[in-house]
Design a protein around this ligand. Structure first.
Ligand SMILES: [Mg+2]
Length: 123
């Protein structure tokens, strides 16, 4: 399940948040925190924010991304309550394997691009 992406303690906290505030509210939080990171990163690039301010928003986004993974896992594996949400039901498969597979693929691609770039610059 999510265990290798999110620790049990973390998952427990996210489940409480999802239970208390609902999936929809938490999905809005993903968008809100992502926007805050974009905003502070823009300020940082213009010299109007310091690294610790970027770090704070980075951590907020990390938390919401990990919470999103838990939400997707609930949705995919446990048939969570999608009332109020308007999207087609996903196939009956957990998010963890999918996330791991995609992360592996993208990390391989990043390594490949880095290796190719080194070859170009060395050539
Ligand atoms: Mg924030």
């Amino acid at each position: 399940m999510m265990d290798d992406f999110v620790s049990d303690e973390e998952r427990e906290l996210y489940l409480r948040a999802i239970g208390q505030w609902g999936i929809q509210a938490q999905l809005y939080m993903v968008m809100e925190e992502t926007g805050e990171l974009l905003s502070v990163l823009g300020k940082y690039l213009r010299g109007r924010a310091i690294p610790s301010q970027v770090c704070e928003e980075l951590v907020d986004v990390q938390i919401m991304i990990r919470q999103l993974a838990v939400i997707l896992d609930i949705e995919l594996k446990e048939g969570g309550d999608t009332s109020g949400l308007n999207y087609p039901r996903a196939p009956d498969q957990g998010a963890s394997d999918d996330l791991k597979r995609r992360l592996r693929y993208k990390l391989d691609k990043l390594k490949q691009r880095l290796d190719e770039d080194v070859e170009v610059n060395d050539g």
